[in-house]
Design a protein around this ligand. Structure first.
Ligand code: ADP
Ligand code: MG
Length: 765
């Protein structure tokens, strides 16, 4: 029996899902798998676990598990449900990657989908659960999709054992055909229960024109207008990332003071660093001169048995998190307020909301604002479906979202700000009509809206899958091709992934005769190797993971981490090839280009270090920039993109943590005064890079091939018929070494290799 307070009981009864309690519980009793669809705010996340609890679906040794794609939601919802049920967090608990409050008494456990995936590794049948709820399934995060595939099998296996497991799939949209119409996933289509929600009308206002890029400024002006002119009611603003959120919060607090704003951070700067870096490198170079030492390609870091998977999951946090992203550090408040006078007569209670915000700060948004103030929540898209903030009457939508984007050529991922889908924009608008009729201000025109894609495609179809395949193999799913994905990746993508992983040594090569039948997909079922297991713990693409795994030899790790971070971030240097508007600008651009070319040569050095080519440039740039405290001034002076350099710093920190988890004896830390590599270390690094980029090999054409002038200075690669060239921006452009590996090929007027490093013929298998 649950002892709810009368006020809480009254609040619950207003939720539309209460009307469906009986229908849901009957469906759950009769079917192993049930889908519940209902508008955001209808009560799915907070109420369904309570229905199950009250119906006795949890006991001492089998509990109710709820997965969320976001940590914010896992924490906030466990707290809310505990409060509604008048139970302690010892009973209604959460577990996210680094923390949790689960106890022996826990009956309802909220967790991120990554946490449940890891539990499946340890206990495939998930015997400690009587019910698993997959929440926010409409988001189609890769982990949610894989969980659904696994659970479809686990449910069947549990039924066989007469230990039935119930699976509930909850979605904020009615678009669930991928689950219901997919016979391989669920042979019997699960019943779908729709929750009718009482949504008040929301009037949508489009901008006449779409601002080119200053959507933050546009948000600021819109909020000011609403706050000055429109009746009471909370404002919810959608922006794309944490730094943007903070910048707008600060600006709004200044304009409508109510609380003192946050203290400013100080920027450090030094140009001295550069000189010191160069000097110490010269010293290091002199210290050693040896003939090509060899790295041992069979000597890689291996996880201690049974450990080390702690850091594996890359939880779906839509932003910031994974590979570093949000770098719109606002450089002071110079542009703020635009002549607006602070107006203390109209206090605005401004609160930020994003994934990585501390739980106690997140909780603020659910509290009523102080007397006489208006609530204004500035959020990333966590507020789109995961959390419902009470009392919102106005939504301001910038129409953008930050998404991880995968480069088809390199597989490198980065975060980019793009337009949302129409479905997302409508979800955002819907946030305004929960308690009374509301208004949504879209900061873009209706024509732009018309061009949005209708729905966001499932994440799994938008990215290369080698990392995913590696994760699944680490879960002992060998025949990935047979896996019941809700939406499978293409067969080509699967084959390419498996081949690459075999080449990298992450998967065991199939025996010879099987390799002949390569095109028979059923053959693609190579098991993971010990190396593969280690690689699966690093939050970077498998190529780069291989480099990291090899680098504990000869003290190469800090360098490999820096190079991998820089390669992942891409485009360290400012774009200086743009057309100039005037003579003066042209002269300036020329000057800057010369300066950048000079710096690249300096960073690449001479002799052995130059052989590491563009990767040595990356290492030198990162080293020098860190030495100088990564200041905007240093970047500006040397043609480096400040944002990129900050992103690299963040990723280096993450990779250092991940490496320490695998080999704690390395005792790595982020050294801002990293010494340059010695000459022999440079050679090791070249081999390490070649081990990861081995299939990106090119050989300079031999004189006999030179009959056709189009092959002058050209290179031949195994896969392309056409000549490829070293990009003019490369420090090896004039060197023309015989064998090179490259990071990527970009096609402009010709096919150009970028990120080039030389390799020795004896390293090529
Ligand atoms: P759904 O999962 O269907 O989107 P929820 O169960 O998350 O809906 O939310 C149901 C209602 O509970 C919302 O309307 C919201 O106002 C309220 N609610 C959720 N969490 C809190 C909280 N921490 N504090 C106050 N109200 C909350
Ligand atoms: Mg929910």
């Amino acid at each position: 029996p649950v002892n709810r307070t009368p006020e809480m009981q009254e609040e619950r009864l207003k939720l539309p899902i209460l009307a469906e309690e009986q229908a849901i519980m009957e469906a759950v009793a009769e079917h192993p798998i049930v889908i519940v669809c209902g508008e955001t705010g209808s009560g799915k996340t907070t109420q369904v676990p309570q229905f199950l609890y009250e119906a006795g679906y949890s006991s001492e040794d089998s509990i109710i598990g709820v997965t969320e794609p976001r940590r914010v939601a896992a924490v906030a919802m466990s707290q809310r449900v505990a409060k509604e049920m008048n139970l302690s967090h010892r009973v209604v608990s959460y577990q996210i990657r680094y923390e949790g409050n689960v106890t022996e008494e826990t009956r309802i456990k909220f967790m991120t989908d990554g946490v449940l995936l890891k539990e499946i590794q340890k206990d495939f049948l998930l015997l400690k659960y009587k019910v698993v709820i997959i929440d926010e399934a409409h988001e189609r995060s890769v982990y949610t999709d894989i969980l659904l595939g696994l659970l479809s099998r686990i449910v069947a296996l549990r039924a066989k054992r007469h230990l039935p497991l119930k699976l509930l799939i909850m979605s904020a949209t009615l678009r669930v055909e991928d689950f219901t119409q997919n016979q391989r996933l669920f042979t019997t289509p699960p019943p779908v229960i729709k929750v009718e929600s009482r949504q008040f009308p929301v009037t949508v206002h489009f901008n006449k024109r779409t601002p080119l890029d200053d959507y933050s400024g546009e948000c600021f002006r819109k909020v000011c207008k609403i706050h000055r002119m429109l009746p009471a009611g909370g404002i919810l603003v959608f922006l794309t990332g944490q730094a943007e959120v903070h910048a707008l919060c600060r600006r709004l607090r200044k304009a409508f003071p109510f609380r003192c704003s946050q203290p400013q951070e100080k920027e450090e700067d030094s140009a001295e660093g550069m000189r010191r870096f160069k000097k110490s490198r010269t010293r290091a170079r002199k210290a050693q001169a040896m003939a090509l030492p060899q790295i041992n390609l069979d000597n890689y870091s291996v996880l201690p048995a049974g450990e080390g998977d702690e850091d594996r999951e890359a939880e779906m946090d839509d932003e910031e998190e994974a590979l570093g992203s949000d770098l719109d550090l606002d450089l002071g408040d110079s542009e703020a307020n635009e002549g607006e006078q602070p107006d203390a007569s109209l206090p605005l209670h401004v609160l930020p909301l994003y994934s990585l915000l501390a739980p106690e700060k997140q909780a603020q948004v659910f509290k009523p604002p102080p007397e006489g103030t208006r609530l204004c929540v500035v959020a990333t898209n966590v507020a789109e479906t995961s959390l419902t903030i009470p009392g919102i009457k106005y939504v301001v939508d910038c129409g953008k979202v930050k998404k991880r984007y995968y480069d088809r050529v390199t597989g490198v991922s980065s975060f980019r700000v793009t337009w949302v889908s129409q479905a997302s924009a409508d979800q955002r608008a819907g946030r305004a009509g929960r308690t009374e009729p509301g208004h949504c201000y879209r900061l873009y025109s209706s024509a732009v809206f018309g061009d949005f894609e209708q729905f966001p495609p499932p994440e799994i179809t938008r990215r290369p899958v080698e990392d995913l395949i590696l994760q699944m193999k680490a879960l002992s799913i060998e025949k990935v091709i047979n896996f019941p994905f809700p939406t499978p990746p293409s067969v080509e993508a699967l084959v390419a992934a498996e081949e690459l992983l075999v080449a990298l040594g992450a998967l065991q090569a199939p025996p010879k005769q099987e390799r002949m039948k390569k095109l028979q997909m059923s053959q693609l079922s190579c098991p993971i190797t010990a190396l593969g297991r280690t690689m699966s713990t690093f939050p970077v693409a498998p190529r780069y993971a291989k480099m990291l795994a090899l680098s504990q030899q000869h003290g190469c790790l800090p360098y490999t981490i820096a190079i991998v971070a820089a390669m992942t971030v891409r485009e360290l240097f400012e774009e200086l090839d743009r057309p100039a508007a005037s003579e003066k600008e042209l002269a300036e651009l020329k000057g800057r280009r010369a300066r950048v070319a000079q710096m690249k040569r300096t960073w690449a050095g001479q002799g052995p270090s130059l052989k590491l080519g563009d990767l040595m440039v990356l290492l030198g740039a990162v080293g020098a920039c860190e030495y100088a405290g990564c200041s905007p001034q240093f970047c500006q002076a040397n043609g480096l993109r400040y944002k990129a350099m900050l992103e690299i710093r963040r990723l280096r920190g993450q990779l250092t943590t991940a490496v320490n988890a695998v080999c704690p004896e390395a005792g790595l830390f982020l050294d801002p005064k990293m010494q340059p590599p010695t000459e022999s270390q440079v050679t090791y690094l070249r081999q390490i890079m070649a081990a990861g980029l081995g299939d990106h090999l090119a050989r300079r054409v031999q004189s006999e091939d030179l009959l056709d002038p189009k092959w002058k200075n050209a290179y031949k690669t195994p896969l392309l018929d056409d000549p490829v060239f070293i990009h003019p921006s490369s420090v090896l452009f004039k060197e023309l070494p015989e064998f090179v590996v490259y990071q990527e090929i970009v096609e402009t007027t010709k096919m150009y290799m970028k990120g080039v490093s030389t390799v020795e013929i004896q390293w090529i298998p």
